[in-house]
Design a protein around this ligand. Structure first.
Ligand code: FAD
Ligand code: NAD
Ligand code: ISD
Length: 449
């Protein structure tokens, strides 16, 4: 059994949605494009389990591409939380909202709730878990990443009903259910990165007391300086969050039903817990293509047109390792939504209008929103750091300067215009002669550029 398409997108996350919109804008015909994704929502996986006449049910419960960032933000609001269909792509970039109806109207085949088990790039085929072979002329790999499990670090217990991860809609729905059952109780959050930071804020808003545990000296070690981290940590402390740093989890204690009742740390401490959230990083979903395509930095290596080592195959989003022109074409694998959106659009342009499409010129952009705080970062966090502003009032920022040029900029609580100017200063790699003067001038420096 098999079907053939001109274009196939493997993966139905953020990048897939933005790629689909670009395909339509650039003029594909009905029946040319297919998106295959294993992602389901909680109700769908439940129904698939129970139901014999699954076709009708799965048709109405399909999960078309959505804005994954919404899961740790709007989806977790205690009052009036965001639910699909409100955050389908591409609303996160203030573009059209692509509902299942939109895909139907544009003749795009959605093969959802379906995992691709193997790929053969020589034959240009994908084999699904349902036994179907789908062939393509051009493939876009948009398989994203999976959350790392504690078992990969030798700790058991991920399957307990009150241990939560967060990567997809099923995880998010489960986390909401567990949070709602733990109001007034204790949570332990493991991992000091984005998931730890955003989930801790959500737990506090659900009136759960959080102990946040991570191995580094400060939170968000991949991006924040100690001074920036100290501001957010103080804010979290003011909201009742307890920090345990420089250690990791070694085991859980469980009740007779298997539920976790306490977390045991390497430093010997034992933390009573009604629930646990684990956010210890991700691995890009490259396995289908290992041995067939070039891999670098844990991702599928592509050129500036998002093309892999096979001419008919492109890779975008979290799974792609691509040359960042601004950093001298250094190969980077970014794990952020803006990069997923822009690499996806660029790949489609390179496929549909190759003569007009050069190499992507991308300015890395990361952001987060927690409680009433929000920050944006542009560029690269290497070199010397110049902090500026007033850390006590929450109006502050930082610049990173490498070899006399501005390479990175961070700002808390900026206006749209302020974010635009810091982004531009990094894009232009403006020359910085005196770092002390830069610190003194702060935002004014970028405003003058
Ligand atoms: P994904 O969106 O992960 O999509 C990959 C898709 O491929 C999934 O649907 C998956 O099921 C499917 N798939 C994988 N393998 C197969 C297979 N074999 N067969 C079929 N389907 C398959 N970034 C920010 O910049 N700002 C934020 O505020 C932010 N918040 C986030 C909050 C959360 C909770 C999470 C988890 C991430 C957040 N991110 C954020 C990161 C951002 O969401 C990712 O960078 C982005 O989703 C990457 O898009 P993608 O399409 O490459 O991968
Ligand atoms: P992360 O890489 O941001 O942080 C991982 C954290 O886990 C680090 O503190 C690390 O030291 C710690 N850790 C690693 N191994 C550990 C271990 N064995 N035991 C205990 N701690 C360990 O990853 P994350 O927070 O899990 O986020 C997952 C993905 O989701 C990332 O790609 C991230 O970019 C994305 N995300 C982004 C945003 C955003 O951009 N606002 C929000 C949520 C999620
Ligand atoms: O990029 C994003 C983001 O941070 C969200 O919360 O998209 C979502 C929403 O803007 C879409 O509802």
């Amino acid at each position: 059994m098999g079907r053939a398409f001109v274009y196939v997108i493997l993966g139905g996350g953020v990048a897939a949605g933005y790629a689909a919109l670009e395909f339509v804008r650039l003029g594909i015909s009905h029946g040319e494009l297919c998106i295959i994704s294993e992602e389901t929502d909680q109700i769908q996986s439940f129904m698939l389990h129970l139901n014999e006449c699954g076709d009708y049910i799965t048709e109405i419960l399909k999960v078309a591409p959505y804005e994954r960032p919404a899961l740790s933000k709007g989806f977790f609001l205690p009052e009036d939380p965001a639910r699909l269909p409100s955050f389908h792509t591409c609303v996160g970039a203030h573009e059209e909202r692509l509902t299942p109806k939109w895909y139907r109207e544009h003749g795009i085949e959605l093969v959802l709730g379906t995992k691709v088990k193997s790929a053969d790039v020589r034959r240009k085929t994908l084999l699904t878990a349902t036994g179907e072979t789908i062939s393509y002329k051009i493939l876009i790999i948009a398989t994203g990443a999976r959350a790392l499990k504690i078992e990969e670090f030798g700790v058991r217990g991920s399957d307990a009903e009150n241990v939560c991860y967060l990567r997809n809609l099923v995880d998010a729905s489960r986390l909401v259910d567990v949070m709602r059952s733990c109001t007034g109780g204790n949570a332990v959050v493991i991992g000091g990165g984005y998931i730890g930071m955003e989930c801790t804020a959500a737990l506090v808003k659900h009136r759960i007391k959080v102990t946040w545990v991570f191995p580094e000296k400060h939170c968000m070690g991949r991006l924040f300086t100690p001074k920036i981290a100290a501001f957010y940590e103080d804010y979290y402390k003011s909201r009742g969050v307890n920090f345990i740093k420089g250690t990791v989890l070694t085991s859980f204690e469980n009740d007779s039903g298997g539920k976790v009742t306490a977390v045991v740390l390497k430093d010997g401490r034992r933390l009573p817990a009604d629930m646990v959230v684990v956010g210890i990083g991700i691995r890009a979903n490259t396995s289908l293509f290992e041995g067939q395509l070039n891999i670098e930095k844990g991702g599928i290596k592509v050129n500036g047109r998002m093309q892999t080592s096979n001419n008919s195959v492109y890779a975008v989003g979290d799974v792609a390792a691509f040359p960042v022109k601004l950093f001298g074409n250094d190969i980077r694998r970014l794990e952020h939504v803006d990069s997923a959106r822009k690499t996806a659009k660029h790949a489609v342009a390179a496929i549909m209008v190759p003569q007009k499409t050069g190499d992507l010129d991308y300015l890395p952009f990361f952001y987060s929103r927690v409680f009433t705080l929000s920050w944006q970062f542009y560029g690269d966090n290497v070199g010397e750091v110049a902090h500026y502003g007033d850390f006590s009032s929450g109006r502050f920022g930082a610049y990173w300067v490498d070899k006399g040029q501005m390479v990175g900029a961070f700002l808390e609580s900026g206006s749209r215009e302020e974010y635009e100017v810091i982004a531009e200063a990094v894009r232009l790699k403006v020359t910085v002669k005196d770092i002390i003067e830069l610190e003194r001038e702060g935002l004014e420096f970028a405003m003058r550029v």
